[in-house]
Design a protein around this ligand. Structure first.
Ligand SMILES: Nc1ncnc2c1ncn2[C@@H]1O[C@H](COP(=O)(O)OP(=O)(O)OP(=O)(O)O)[C@@H](O)[C@H]1O
Ligand SMILES: [Mg+2]
Length: 603
């Protein structure tokens, strides 16, 4: 007799990375359960089919030992060869049918499970895309990934397999006990005398196993997180030759993970044989007491055989049920987190009466804007300025002054805390977010490239662009030469993290991407900070052509880049401290003049 026992819960559970936070979770929560059950609704027919198959399968599982009993007591006892052949065939057919129901049930439930998995993942991803930047500021990538992968998995575990397995286990348990009592109450009670030991052992084990397996999941999750970080940081680690320290730290985590697994394995290795022992004990009891009863003619041989067969089916449901607590607990914890995310309303949303923004003339106004990312930490104060249609406004100022923040507010990644931002005289909060963003072209401070070809990256904002258009945009961004020099040209695959391109090259590709999208308002945040001066000079001409036709907000540390702007705003500690043209600001001999002189000397 072989028992399978699965740590995560019901049948087929896995160890999931970083779902260890189910530490304090409740095993049952009505509201969460109801909300989760709603996911089963579209599959009502499949679930009913699954329950039906479960009942048929359980019935057959109960029937076969009885048929064997009949074979012994009726046909073998009387030497009825014809009847024996018949009952053997029927028994075989019953086994076959039971297998078939198991197969069908498993197939049906797995299919339903995978569909639910698919739906939930889709919903989560779609919701992530709706959420605002403030949400992503607060939640780490790791936990957001874990929601989509492991939480969804444990819920699926419960919905598709767990519920029906639990039902089936209860049905089997109750009916086997009933049938055995009916067949022979005395022998049944003797056999069941082992069950309390079994239940106590299972409960004790279950409790310790829960802790042990939670521990292994936690350690695996820490190990994975650490591994990812260390691999990403390899360059820094090697640069500081801190391999040994990092190696030791990793070894420590690695050891803890090993110990947790060994501990869990120890428990399992004691538990499985003890259940085997108990099951052998029941066999012994049946043979010992049953055998005597047979010789005294109070019990038939068939009953003994049937008992042996029934008890072999008694243990798995008990094991399953003991693990069910885990399945519920993990699913409740996962469900709570997922439903929490889905209930999260984005900070930035279209108002019901939000206006379209078909073609902006490019008039931008910041009116007394105050902003803080977190309470009590003002980042921008009293920021007021205007970009007239076609104008180029430059933002300069020290690191951390709030320049990127101003750009983020214009894109409405965040809403202002006080004041207003207007485009064409309309408060941006009254404009449909998507339409506002479609008018904007942003080259962000950190150039981001997707996995895919360079051509794909350039055409990201305009997927139907022709190759000629892509090349023209790359030429305008002065990216064409370097792309053409690559052995696969525009078809060069960008590696994860774009490590096969230099930082300056990445910036040029991002610039080409925005040029191709032809936005009405251009936002360049340190767009050319990493390209050499000669290349920057070359782009400058292209950029000027680009900016001549549209309103632009240009952020740069290199003042050479901003000299020709119509207006320069000097930002310091979240305030505009100076404003004017290059010439005016030099004359004023303030912060800008100081910055300029120091850069001039440096160059
Ligand atoms: N997502 C955020 N959450 C909380 N604080 C933030 C966030 N982003 C920026 N800040 C803070 O806001 C301030 C302004 O940051 P910002 O990125 O706008 O500076 P910056 O002028 O663009 O600087 P740099 O020249 O280095 O790019 C900084 O003090 C920064 O720590
Ligand atoms: Mg910045």
């Amino acid at each position: 007799m072989a028992f399978s026992f699965t740590p995560g819960g019901g049948r087929g559970a896995h160890l999931h990375v970083s779902d260890f936070e189910d530490v304090t979770g409740k095993a049952f929560d009505r509201k969460i359960t109801m909300q989760l059950l709603a996911y089963l609704k579209p599959y009502r027919r499949e679930m009913i089919w699954g329950v039906f198959l479960m009942f048929v399968g359980s019935g057959l599982a109960l029937l076969t030992p009885y048929l064997i009993k009949q074979a012994f007591d009726v046909h073998i006892a009387t030497g009825d060869a014809k009847g024996l052949s018949l009952i053997a065939l029927v028994t075989l057919a019953a086994y076959g049918l039971e297998m078939a129901t198991t197969w069908q049930r498993s197939l049906t439930l797995q299919t339903v499970g995978n569909r639910i998995l698919n739906t939930m993942r889709g919903e989560l991803f779609a919701h992530y895309q709706r959420l605002s930047m403030s949400y992503f500021d607060k939640h780490g990538t790791g936990s957001l990934i874990s929601r989509v992968l492991s939480d969804v998995g444990v819920i699926n575990e419960l919905l598709s397999q767990g519920l029906i397995t639990m039902l089936s286990d209860i049905v089997m348990l109750v009916s086997i006990v009933a049938v055995m009592l009916v067949l022979n109450a005395r022998l049944a009670l003797l056999t069941f005398s082992v069950l309390p030991v079994m239940v106590v052992a299972t409960v004790l084990f279950g409790r310790r196993a829960r802790v042990a397996y939670r521990n292994t999941r936690e350690k695996v999750s820490i190990l994975t997180g650490r591994l990812a970080e260390d691999i990403n940081a390899m360059r820094v680690v090697q640069a500081f030759t801190e391999e040994e320290r990092m190696g030791n730290e990793f070894a420590q985590i690695n050891r803890e993970n090993r110990d947790a697994n060994v501990e869990a394995a120890k428990l399992a290795s004691i538990f499985t044989p003890s259940i085997e022992v108990l099951s052998t004990l029941t066999t012994g009891i049946i043979l010992w007491f049953g055998g005597r009863a047979v010789s005294q003619d109070t019990v038939t041989l068939g009953v003994i055989v049937a008992f042996l067969s029934y008890t072999s089916r008694l243990f798995q449901p008990i094991l399953d049920l003991s693990m069910m607590y885990n399945t519920w607990q993990s699913a409740m914890a996962g469900g709570e987190r997922i439903l929490g995310i889905l209930a999260e309303t984005p900070d930035i949303q279209d108002r019901p009466d939000a206006l379209p923004l078909p073609d902006t003339e490019g008039h931008v106004e910041f009116r007394d804007v105050h902003f803080r990312y977190i309470e009590d930490t003002p980042v921008l104060q009293d920021v007021s300025f205007e970009i007239l249609p076609g104008e180029t406004v430059a933002l300069v100022g020290p690191t951390g002054a709030g320049k990127t923040t101003i750009a983020s507010l214009l894109s409405r990644y965040y809403d202002v805390s006080e004041g207003a931002i207007l485009v064409d005289g309309i408060d941006t909060r009254d404009i449909k977010v998507a339409e506002l963003r479609q008018q904007l072209g942003v080259v962000p401070q950190e150039p981001y490239l997707f996995g895919g070809t360079i051509a794909y990256n350039i055409a990201f904002g305009k997927p139907d662009a022709t190759m000629d258009e892509i090349i023209a945009a790359a030429e305008a961004a002065n990216a064409h030469d370097f792309i053409a020099s690559l052995s696969r040209g525009y078809d060069t695959e960008v590696q994860e993290g774009a490590t096969n391109l230099s930082l300056g090259q990445r910036q040029l590709v991002c610039l080409a991407r925005v040029i191709l999208a032809e936005p009405h308002i251009l936002i360049l945040d340190e767009a050319t900070s990493s390209v050499d001066l000669r290349t920057e000079g070359l782009i400058q001409d292209a950029l000027e052509k680009l900016m001549a036709a549209r309103s632009s907000l240009v952020i740069a540390h290199r003042l050479a880049t901003v000299q020709r702007a119509d207006k320069i705003l000097v930002i310091d500690a979240g305030r505009i401290v100076e404003r004017g043209t290059h010439a005016e600001l030099l004359e004023a001999e303030g912060l800008y003049a100081k910055l300029y002189v120091s850069q001039f000397i440096a160059d």
